[in-house]
Design a protein around this ligand. Sequence first.
Ligand code: PEP
Length: 254
Amino acid sequence: MRLPLIAGNWKMHTTVTEAVALVKSMQERLDEINGVEKVVCPPFISLTAVAELVKDSSIELGAQNMHSEDKGAYTGEVSPLMLSGLCQFVILGHSERREHFGESDVMINKKVQAALKAGLKPILCVGERLEENEAGMTIEVISRQIQADLQGITSAGGLVIAYEPVWAIGTGRAASGEQANDTIGIIRKLIAEIYSDEVAQELRILYGGSVSSANIAEFISQPEIDGALVGGASLRAEEFLSIVEQTARIKGSR
Ligand code: PEP
């Protein structure tokens, strides 16, 4: 059985004060929900304050990005070494990083390797753009990304994959549960080919793209979908709580 995981990607939102307030507003109720791994990913600047707040709770912490080197002359960057011990997860290869910051699969591959080496669990994001989807290239694009992003990585322990169709991110136009389940099933087969059936059965694969309290049930009731990477809705306490609660209820009742 794969433990469901709900991760909130706060993107470039919240000041430190706001981040602390948002976690405080959810902490007690999140702690009461069992059977789901709950992760929040605030901006770098809030990680220390939020880490202090959640240290005795069931809430885990993720960063939204990192450099692949442990240290060096990389002004403005944050390293795996700096994150290890502070958070458990790191989002890598998000489509906004690929699009706005020119992150290539070669760079993402280095980051995934560095994260695993540092004991961080990468949430590796893959997904096709609208024009690729419309051209029927979804599987081709995703396979290419996964092969490249996991190149040379022999042990995938701790890895999480998030299937995030780019056209669904922040648009309010989510994929259907069935579409997402089919694509995630194909990702799992690919992981079995790269590693083994056992690894593929253990690996958690999330759906991301306009997930909300209104549609989470459609995704989480699918057998291949192990949770969600939630952007906009994770900034609203009641929304995020409802997403986690529904996940616990649906996956727990299986
Ligand atoms: C994301 O940022 O990974 C995401 C899925 O955003 P949203 O839920 O807002 O579409």
